[in-house]
Design a protein around this ligand. Structure first.
Ligand SMILES: Nc1ccn([C@@H]2O[C@H](COP(=O)(O)OP(=O)(O)OP(=O)(O)O)[C@@H](O)[C@H]2O)c(=O)n1
Ligand SMILES: C[C@](O)(CO)[C@H](O)COP(=O)(O)O
Length: 239
């Protein structure tokens, strides 16, 4: 039997509207390197990753190839494919491009292009967990009290002990996540993460305890936070 391999799908095909920058947020500099390049470098340098499928807006593919993939020499990037309207569509385009390159039991890590502070240890742990169930979800316990709100009024306060904030990577065996994405597409279901597509089919998704520093760079203050976390890592000798 051939050993299971591991591929990463990196959706980086959003518009970055909430960042309000003049260029797509993933090309903004974070400690001297474009955000998406910083994310890719974690996967490029992780021995557990065999290949990377990058998804960007169609009209950014040549720019991304030249200024990110070639400029930083990311040799594990096997292809760059165009994204879709929603994140889910972009991920599905990446999974479709992996078809034929991977086996049913190979593991796929799906990771936001704008979460550059992911650690190699969490990649490794997610892969190990994904081999034992239908999916591995990196998440952190909610720190705030979360309210359910309708029309400006609170309608519920869910028990915080049960609430976790989903991050990425989310890891799955290829056959499992491809089938879940295909079903969601056929049934017109859109989820805000990949694990939810497995959950709705009754699949078992196990939590991998994540890191509060693994932020998704969404608004301008996130750049300041990420710079501070990186500076902290450098002081600790982690980078
Ligand atoms: N149609 C989309 C939308 C999002 N993403 C990717 O999904 C990740 C998480 O999305 P988010 O941070 O919300 O990015 P944007 O959609 O770009 O942000 P905004 O909603 O502010 O435009 C990002 O790496 C983003 O590029 C994607 O590949 N395709
Ligand atoms: C997948 C995700 O990063 C988990 O927190 C998040 O759901 C993506 O949300 P977005 O608004 O589609 O970026």
């Amino acid at each position: 039997m051939t050993a299971s391999r591991t591929f990463a799908v990196i959706p980086a095909a959003g518009m970055g509207k909430r960042m309000g920058a003049s260029i797509n947020k993933q090309y903004l500099q974070l400690a001297g390197m474009p955000i998406v390049a910083r994310t890719l470098s974690v996967f490029e340098n992780a021995p557990c990753i065999d290949g990377i499928l990058l998804v960007t807006p169609a009209d950014e593919i040549p720019y991304c190839r030249e200024h990110v993939v070639d400029a930083y020499g990311f040799r594990k990037v096997v292809d760059i494919v165009p994204g879709g309207k929603e994140r889910q569509n972009s991920v599905m385009n990446g999974l479709r491009a992996l078809q034929g390159r991977v086996g049913e039991h190979d593991v796929v890590l799906i990771h936001d292009g704008v979460r550059p502070l992911i650690s190699p240890e969490l990649l490794q742990e997610s892969i190990a967990v994904a081999r034992t169930c239908d999916g591995a979800l990196v998440a952190v316990p909610a720190k705030d009290t979360i309210k359910t709100v309708r029309d400006g009024f609170v309608i519920a306060t869910p028990d915080r002990e049960t609430l976790w904030q989903a991050q990425t990577p989310q890891a799955f065996r290829f056959g499992v996540i491809y089938a879940a994405h295909l079903a969601a597409e056929q049934e017109g279901f859109t989820g805000t993460d990949d694990a939810s597509l497995i959950e709705r089919r009754g699949g078992a998704v196990r939590i991998v305890r994540g890191d509060y520093r693994n932020i998704k760079i969404t608004t301008p203050e996130d750049i300041i936070l990420a710079e501070a976390f990186l500076a902290g890592n450098r002081q600790n000798g982690a980078l």
